[in-house]
Design a protein around this ligand. Structure first.
Ligand code: C5P
Length: 214
């Protein structure tokens, strides 16, 4: 079985950047599982279906093609909001979790990032990280990123969005966002990406050493 790294955390915590860099460094497959919920929401939106139509959402989830997730299209803000609404449906989650587990079990191993990877999707992962930062810091990072890309944004509105999404993701009944009991917490509020990456890499190296000692 290949190495599996589970990374969870709230929106804009930096978990996606960390996941991508770890996957590159250790030559593992990478899946941003948020894109799978976004793809289901996108399908509902383009077909004009109400987001609470459970059977249509489940069908979209069962038909998902993990090889065809288009980050550019799916990263739109409204799709993220819609994704957190379809993500409360247990049948949608069950279908997506099945596809995510199949992905995780393919050689040479994988880094998966999301909200329930350490708790539900890959409870036996070799390493679990829970990446977080204060809501204010996450809002500020997202604001800076939009401005750097030539856009305009309202930092207070971004913070309100982040807090609403956190409440929905942490408060839902099925697979709420929370650290697994055996997750390593990485609070990046006062850390830059390089420091966070070094801390994560040390933990991965320890996990690899523990596997070879077994
Ligand atoms: O991470 P991202 O913003 O792309 O995720 C969009 C939404 O998908 C999240 O707000 C969350 O509701 C849902 N999600 C989830 N479980 C995951 C990944 C994402 O419920 N493993």
């Amino acid at each position: 079985m290949g190495l599996i790294i589970a990374i969870d955390g709230p929106a804009a915590s930096g978990k996606g950047t960390l996941a991508r860099r770890l996957a590159d460094t250790y030559r593992l497959n990478h899946l941003d599982t948020g894109l799978t919920y976004r793809a289901v929401a996108h399908r509902m939106l383009i077909h004009g279906l109400p987001l609470d139509n459970q059977s249509a959402a489940e069908t979209a989830a069962r038909q998902i093609d993990l090889g065809a997730l288009d980050r550019t299209v799916l990263s739109a803000h409204e799709i993220g909001e819609a994704a957190s609404k379809v993500a409360v449906m247990p049948r949608v989650r069950a279908a997506l979790v099945e596809a995510q587990r199949r992905f995780a079990n393919q050689p040479p191993g994988a880094v998966l990032d999301g909200r329930d990877i350490g708790t539900v999707v890959c409870p036996d992962a070799d390493l679990k990280l829970y990446v977080t930062a204060s809501p204010q810091e996450r809002a500020h990072r997202r604001y800076t990123e939009i401005i750097a890309n030539g856009g305009t944004a309202d930092e207070a509105a971004i913070l309100a969005d982040i807090e609403r999404r956190d409440a929905r993701d942490m408060g839902r009944a099925d697979s709420p966002l929370r650290p697994a009991a055996d997750a390593h917490l990485l609070d990046t509020t006062t850390m830059d990406i390089e420091a966070a990456f070094r801390a994560a890499r040390d933990l991965v190296d320890q996990a690899i050493a523990a596997r070879s000692a077994d």
